[in-house]
Design a protein around this ligand. Sequence first.
Ligand SMILES: Cc1cc2nc3c(=O)[nH]c(=O)nc-3n(C[C@H](O)[C@H](O)[C@H](O)COP(=O)(O)OP(=O)(O)OC[C@H]3O[C@@H](n4cnc5c(N)ncnc54)[C@H](O)[C@@H]3O)c2cc1C
Length: 392
Amino acid sequence: MLDFNNTQLAFSSKSDNELKMVYVLFLAMKNRGVVSLAKGLTGFTERIGLPVGWAVKPTLYRHFVGGETLDECKLVIKKLKEYNIYSVPDYSAEGGGKLQDIQEAFNETKKAIDLAVKEPSIAYAVFKPSALIAGEVLQKLSTENPTLGEVEKEEYGNFRSRVLSLCETAHNSGVKIMIDAEHFAFQKYVDAIAEEAMGLYNKNSAIVFHTLQMYRTDRLDYLKELHKKAKERGYVPGIKFVRGAYMEQERQRAYELGYQDPIHPNKNATDRSYDDGLQYVMDNLKEFELFSGTHNYESNQLLARLIDEKGVERGDKRIFFSQLYGMSDNISFTLASEGYNVCKYLPYAPVNKVLPYLLRRAEENTSVAGQTNRELSLIKSELERRKTVNVK
Ligand SMILES: Cc1cc2nc3c(=O)[nH]c(=O)nc-3n(C[C@H](O)[C@H](O)[C@H](O)COP(=O)(O)OP(=O)(O)OC[C@H]3O[C@@H](n4cnc5c(N)ncnc54)[C@H](O)[C@@H]3O)c2cc1C
């Protein structure tokens, strides 16, 4: 079984000072009070128009973000490559919705595709559907029988062309592209357009990857259904598995609007659903490509074991493991050193636009206390290990 506790390997890219900084950062994120205060202050300073960059940039931003622009990410991409880790530059500006923001998100994704053509250590391009259309329209499109006004119809048409244009550009450039998953309320239409794009561009291999949030009770059945449809229509589904990042909001919304909570009732059920998904795709690998986005030890170990047991080459490009930049380097560096394909999601955007992403990471690290304690204890043992080595 893979051992993710080799701290020398995990932190080989970090200096002592960088490690100490990260330690303090995770210590602060562990504290629910500090994160709530940061969230409140950020909202307040933004509302009154004060810049928050001075506080965020040398701390959260520096640790979790590759830079303000794709160009600025090149340094990190190069560094990760030295350790056989691929990158997925992810334009992470959120909360826009204005035409200018939409155009920016579209252009940035195109730029990432262009860069991936020149830079083979970029494994995928990626975009968030909600970055390409106003959230309200995407939500409306995902209802049972959407009735759209004239303007909304136009927005819908533009959204569809943007998504298909990005997938087509990726296809023509030979670059794989992922469609992130977001709120449950958007997802019905995102499922439809992801399936349409896969049908168009995944004829021989997977170019377009659809994200399944396995915290949803319906996703394992959906996966099987998708498999059936793909076989009938003759395409290779690209599946990106994640557990799902919006649990609290989803539960709250379901409660407020009085519909059945779409999320598994507990963590064990989500874990089982994730691992069953991995098992299903690995059992049918001839008809899939797979991207596993998780920091969970057991799921990473399971996938590594399945690859070996089934006699699939560790470097087979149909399968990628992935973690977020700034998190679980012990998993990424260990998998890469063992010859598996690993990439880091590398967010980038100007500091004020990436705040929702950063606050989500901070909250996640607060709520998943086990994960934060794990990071802290690994960093601590590495700092201690380095001290003893230096003394000798
Ligand atoms: C490369 C990468 C790409 C990602 N892309 C996306 C994306 O497109 N869309 C998206 O939504 N998220 C995305 N995420 C985030 C992801 O969904 C998870 O929020 C995050 O990775 C934590 O889950 P885990 O599997 O790493 O770890 P774990 O710590 O094992 O799992 C934590 C997760 O388990 C679930 N969970 C926790 N408690 C409960 C409970 N009581 N009941 C039910 N379920 C519970 C939640 O999903 C929680 O986030 C991505 C993550 C990675 C690494």
